[in-house]
Design a protein around this ligand. Structure first.
Ligand code: PAF
Length: 283
């Protein structure tokens, strides 16, 4: 397994692979790999001739400098895990290999068709501009046949599908189910920032979402949203940033359970200072 640091080397490798008729799968990550990533990577390695994993903590998608500074960086341990999971090459560039100073100091413009105006986009302005900026670059450098993303970042996945459609990239986007701990806490690189006691508290997020499935049977969307927010906020150590019930395709809020065929509840909760996201499908 090769660790590639430069765009030139990556493009050289991709050129060779393509000349040999190999299919390429890409798993973009920011590192601090956990079982959730490994499931994407194993699937990618199985469904393509080679699996390339990018590890890059992308500064342009962080709208909070502290969040960027404390994001876990564990390249050595990640490389060991990837070696054991059929990864062919890691692309782990430094920031100045990816961005010019002009790019670092400006916002990447992109037409999201409104997909960025809700939920994460509302609370993290500019976040998705940075995500499409880096993912677009990774797609253009790697030209993968397939790229793999987790459904935990539900809005990100919808936006990446929109990016691919807008730019007509010939890439199949594969969304993979959320992987959970035995406690049902969604796996996330940010879980590494939780203390043991915070972890015990955080499991109540998905427990409440699960209970809301029964609750919503007889209640309106508004009542269900209020119930989820109140239940979670009543737990010491948890504070809901938003909970929205949306059309799973357009990500727009809906008023009635009949308004869409695919309905998802998306939540962001602070557990202490750690920001956790999760979601649940109602329909
Ligand atoms: O989901 C992530 O880890 C990141 O947003 C991604 C897709 C790797 C882009 O930096």
């Amino acid at each position: 397994m090769e660790i590639i640091k430069t765009k030139n080397k990556l493009q050289e490798l991709v050129g060779k692979l393509k000349n040999n008729g190999k299919t390429i799968g890409l798993v973009p990550t920011m590192g601090a790999l956990h079982e959730g990533h490994l499931q994407l990577i194993r699937r990618c390695a199985k469904e393509n001739d080679v699996c390339i994993v990018s590890i890059f903590v992308n500064p342009t998608q962080f709208n909070d400098k502290n969040d960027l500074a404390k994001y876990p960086r564990t390249l050595e341990a990640d490389a060991k895990l990837l070696e054991k999971n059929n990864c062919f090459a890691i692309f782990a560039p430094e920031v100045d290999e990816v961005y010019s100073s002009e790019e670092l100091n400006s916002t990447f413009e992109f037409n999201f068709n409104g997909l960025d105006e809700v939920m994460e986009g509302k609370f993290r302005p500019g976040h998705f501009n940075g995500v499409v900026q880096i993912v677009g670059k990774l797609f253009e450098l790697t030209t993968p046949d397939k790229a793999y993303f987790g459904e935990k970042d539900f809005q990100q996945l919808a936006i990446i599908r929109h990016l691919v459609a807008t730019k007509s990239y010939p890439i199949e986007i594969i969304g993979c189910p959320i992987v959970r701990e035995e406690s049902d806490l969604a796996l996330s690189s940010r879980n590494a920032l939780l203390s043991e006691s915070e972890k015990q508290i955080a499991i109540n997020i998905y427990k409440t979402l699960l209970k809301s499935i029964d609750y919503q049977n007889e209640k309106s969307i508004k009542e269900t949203i209020d119930w989820v927010i109140t239940t979670i906020n009543n737990i010491d150590g948890l504070c809901v940033e938003y909970f929205e019930i949306v059309d799973g395709k357009t990500l727009q809020s809906i008023q009635n359970w009949d308004d869409a065929n695919y309905i998802v509840g998306c939540i962001t909760v602070f557990c202490g200072t750690v920001r956790l996201i999760d979601n649940i499908q109602y329909k």
